[in-house]
Design a protein around this ligand. Structure first.
Ligand code: AMP
Ligand code: ZN
Length: 491
């Protein structure tokens, strides 16, 4: 498996620190509002990366924090006349709810900044003792960037370049414009905790470093986030961790490309955002996942509702192919002449798609390429079904359908299959009423109705055939004539 390490700017063979195990950390959200679909794109990317590592046999430990103390939360709380805890609690719950709706796996460990103050203070104390940080009169503590000779290693920046544009704000008391806050002295009305430097709260970069160390142990295999976090957030996390514990922090840094609308990065500050909640209220999670995964995680992703509709249609096309394969496999006409060569061709195409999927995923999680392999297979399957008419090779059809379902399941995309079982119970009563059906199975009732309709049509009794159709319509059902015969579906 090869992974692009954004620190060295190239793909490298992935070698876990501990054989068979992967420890990964992905920066979580600041919980002051519903997340937008740009944030969701980053979280989805790492969800799929995690799923593929698991599918490849690794035992993955995945940690993600919730930043539940921050200026943005405090501002939102002040605007709304609420406490910062109330706002953070509401949007932590909202985040977890929307992630689950989007079929993102829960992290194994979900630390919250406000519950990790002790370990953060310990880290800051150690940094001060080792000469990498200093406290100032107002209770702030800063990290001395120039004390870290490797500063810039994560994002590839040079200290001298950073000096351009760096400045000290009026209310700051730092020694060097590059220094960043590890601890912020309390201001009236803000949440705060006691510390050796007086009451205050941690800086944002502080929490991730402390949590990675506490819950996963450094170095870790993979650390991820959106590309906008590489600098300064990840740079600063790394500086603190390496200066504090003297071991490497992260083996592979992974950064996602930005989701854009009309060519611009989606962000709260630009106001050009859709929340994940509003999108999922109107569209299916599998379609949004499919849309996003059709672009490589490192490339920018252009979002539009038209593209989302397109993904919805693609998904329906995949579902229909799977339904047709399964249905045809279950309805092979007796004595039909099966074309063995065509069946072998479908099996070979299935094996090729599966191998291509694996190769693409092993090549830096190229979900776009992996999906393309299966879109091709769906086309092959449709061609096969059309040519085979009723004479389908059962095994080829079943194997192909299972492979399609398996591939999408690995990506966490639930294909919206309408199972035969999905037909309503009322079908049994209808069959009893119309054709004297006596059993209680829904499938059997459907067969009986279809047989009666076929008989009526053969006898040119259009009135009866139409009556069956109309009564089915009343139940929201329709008869679909396929190459392999007629079947009843939800309209
Ligand atoms: P935040 O709550 O702002 O820290 O963002 C949470 C995550 O979403 C971070 O990993 C960000 O890098 C990521 N993110 C923010 N905006 C976008 C975007 N437009 N596209 C992709 N990821 C984003
Ligand atoms: Zn972080």
């Amino acid at each position: 498996m090869r992974i692009y390490n954004s620190q060295v700017r190239e793909k490298r063979e992935f070698v876990p620190i501990e054989e068979g195990k992967v420890r990964m950390y992905v920066c979580g959200p600041t919980v002051y509002d519903q997340i937008h679909i740009g944030n969701a794109r980053t979280f989805l990317s790492f969800d799929v990366i995690r799923r593929w590592l698991i599918a490849s046999g690794y035992e993955v430990t995945f940690a993600q924090n919730l930043t539940d103390v921050d200026d943005k939360i405090i501002n939102r709380a002040n605007e709304q006349g609420r406490t910062s805890e109330e706002v953070a609690s509401e949007f932590s719950d909202a985040f977890i709810e929307q992630m689950r709706r989007f079929n993102i796996m829960d992290p194994d460990i979900r630390p919250r900044a406000t519950k990790e103050i002790g370990p953060m203070i310990a880290m800051i104390k150690s940094l001060i003792e080792q000469g990498h940080a200093y406290a100032v009169d107002n209770g702030d503590v800063y990290f001395a960037v120039r004390s870290d000779e490797n500063y810039g290693e994560v994002s590839g920046r040079k200290i001298d370049d950073l000096m351009v544009g760096a400045r000290i704000e009026e209310n700051e008391d730092k020694r060097d414009p590059l220094d960043f806050a590890l601890w912020k002295g309390a201001k009236p009305g803000e949440p705060s905790w006691p510390s050796p430097w007086g009451d205050g709260r941690p800086g944002w970069h502080t929490e991730c470093a402390a949590m990675v160390h506490r819950y996963l142990g450094t170095p870790i295999d993979i650390h991820g986030g959106g590309g906008d976090l590489a600098f300064p957030h990840h740079e600063n996390e790394c500086a603190q961790a390496t200066c504090c514990w003297h071991v490497p922090f992260v083996n592979t840094w992974m950064h996602t490309g930005m989701l854009r609308v009309d060519g611009e990065k989606m962000s709260k500050s630009l106001g050009n955002f859709y929340t994940l909640k509003e999108v999922l209220d109107e569209h299916s999670a599998p379609a949004l996942r499919l849309l996003m995964l059709q672009t490589h995680y490192r490339s920018p992703l252009d979002f539009s509702y038209e593209r989302l509709e397109g993904a919805e249609n693609s998904l329906a096309r995949i579902a229909t192919a799977v339904e047709n394969l399964r249905w045809a496999a279950n309805h092979v006409e007796e004595g039909a002449a099966v074309d063995e060569q065509a069946a072998q061709k479908l099996i070979a195409a299935t094996e090729a798609a599966s191998a291509e999927f694996e190769a693409q995923m092993n090549d830096d999680f190229n979900t776009a390429g992996a999906l393309a392999a299966y879109f091709n297979l769906v086309t092959e399957a449709n061609t096969y079904l059309e040519q085979a008419a009723g004479a389908v090779d059962e095994e080829a059809a079943v194997v192909c359908a299972a492979s399609i379902m398996g591939a999408f399941a690995i990506l966490g995309i639930e294909v919206p299959i309408r199972e035969a079982l999905d037909l309503p119970d009322e079908l049994v009563g209808l069959a009893a009423d119309l054709v004297g059906f006596e059993g209680d199975g829904i499938e059997a009732a459907a067969e009986a109705l279809l047989a009666a309709r076929a008989e009526a049509r053969a006898a040119k009794d259009w009135g009866r055939a139409d009556a069956i159709r109309d009564r089915l319509n009343e139940l929201g059902l329709m008869v679909e004539d396929t190459n392999a015969g007629a079947r009843i579906k939800r309209a």
